[in-house]
Design a protein around this ligand. Structure first.
Ligand code: GLV
Ligand code: MN
Ligand code: MN
Length: 418
């Protein structure tokens, strides 16, 4: 570790500034009395981006945006031709989420730039903050959209044509964003990074249970998403004999039941979620004519993920009850192993800062998974209360946010020095 300089960066993290900014950001899209609804490319997302850009403007940092709306804030290095060290996360949220998932990583990244500035540290490489578009995937599918496009894992045209439940496309929503944000510079997709770091709340219970403030993330489990559409026939609930129905809901719930059985595993490692279920016409006395539901399937082992995911289509088709069934896979991301060298720098930084740490695998997905395909990448976790996230009850303490930010600052400084 480059001892004193990295330590100085860590010590220059300003708790008051970090927590004040957290409160400012948390007020945009806040749900009363608690929680966050700041879905991708909504008015709240645009306002939150504007706030982050105002912090960059105070320091005179350059800002840039790419074709999928990923934003970058740059603190120059001594060698401006060197590839930057980039750190960031996302500021969009789930419809009923909390103000820490993603936001903490962006706030920590902005604070790293401030800390380097306050400590008067000149880095060899530029240091950049990244704010990725639509990490959550709740308004527009799939999840981690901005980083997927950045890394060349999702064609831009495909991402732009994704629509929300009101038929608004990512392309339309982005046009508004481009009009409303004061960012002068365009940026090519896949601009190369020397390394990428992401700080995030754990979103699970391991750090809290162990009483350890820092997780060094070694891997992110794999993820497959499917959208299943079942088309049957509407009709009168009182007059149509059951033998003559093509009831899309009966078919869909049977599919979900069979799939749930398939996903039962003794070790309880498989993650299987049907998070969206839409019934048409959704009237008590009309036979459901169509159903749309989503599947989120995760596993740390690529073979198990492949074996389970490959059965989804067959199981749905086998339980059609006379309906037309279409299964579209909207995402297939393999498990990710993060860079061992970067993880070692994070461990050394935590030790340097005087914080206990442990290795941990991520159950949640992150933009780091796609960025890791383009450069060495690492992640730093902090605990969250009760291990809960994607709920309004999500909470992380100021003490842990400061701890994670100090480790991020020391790691970034170490990597950017030369
Ligand atoms: C991220 O939001 C995830 O779904 O893991
Ligand atoms: Mn997140
Ligand atoms: Mn999330």
């Amino acid at each position: 570790m480059n001892g004193s300089v990295a330590s100085r960066a860590a010590q220059s993290v300003n708790e008051t500034r970090l927590l004040d900014r957290h409160a400012q950001l948390a007020s945009i899209g806040a749900i009363d009395p608690v929680g966050m609804n700041r879905q991708a490319l909504t008015d709240a997302d645009i306002e939150a981006r504007r706030l982050v850009l105002s912090w960059a403007a105070e320091r005179g940092y350059g800002t840039a945006i790419d074709d999928i709306g990923n934003m970058f804030i740059r603190r120059p290095g001594r060698d401006e031709s060197a590839m930057p060290i980039v750190t960031g996360s996302h500021i969009d949220s789930q419809p009923a989420g909390g103000p820490f998932d993603g936001a903490f990583g962006v706030l920590a990244a902005c604070e790293v730039l401030e800390a380097l500035e306050d400590a008067g540290i000149v880095t060899e490489r530029p240091v950049e903050v990244a704010v990725w578009t639509n990490e959550e995937g709740s308004r527009f599918q799939p999840t981690t959209m901005g980083s997927a496009v950045f890394a060349g894992q999702l064609p831009l045209v495909e991402a732009l044509s994704a629509t929300d439940t009101h038929g608004i496309s990512v392309g339309d929503a982005l046009e508004r964003l481009f009009r409303e944000l004061p960012i002068p510079d365009g940026r090519e997709l896949r601009a190369p990074f020397a390394a990428y770091l992401e700080a995030h709340i754990e979103q699970g219970p391991l750090l809290e249970s162990a009483g350890i403030p820092i997780g060094v993330v070694t891997a992110i489990q794999g993820l497959r998403w499917f959208t299943v559409r079942v088309d049957g026939e509407t009709g009168h609930a009182g007059t149509t004999p059951r033998s003559r129905r093509r009831d899309a809901l009966v078919a869909a719930v049977t599919m979900v039941g069979r799939l749930s059985q398939l996903m039962d595993d003794p070790g309880d490692v498989v993650r299987f979620t049907v998070g969206r279920f839409e019934v048409e016409p959704n009237s008590p006395n009309t036979i459901p004519g169509s159903v749309l539901f989503t599947i989120d399937l995760r596993h740390p082992d690529a073979n198990v993920l492949a074996a389970l995911g490959d059965q989804v289509d067959g199981i749905c088709q086998a339980n059609a009850f006379g309906c037309r069934v279409s299964v579209v896979e909207t995402m297939n991301a393999a498990p990710t192993v993060l860079d061992a060298g970067i993880s070692q720098v994070i461990r050394a930084a935590a030790t340097d800062v005087g914080l206990e740490h442990m290795d941990i695998a991520s159950g949640a997905t992150h933009d780091a998974k796609y960025v890791a395909l383009t450069c060495p990448a690492g992640m730093i976790f902090i605990p969250c209360r009760g291990g809960v996230s994607h709920t309004v009850l999500e909470f992380a303490s100021g003490e842990h946010m400061v701890a994670g930010t100090r480790v991020l600052a020391a790691t970034t400084a170490e990597l950017a020095l030369g």
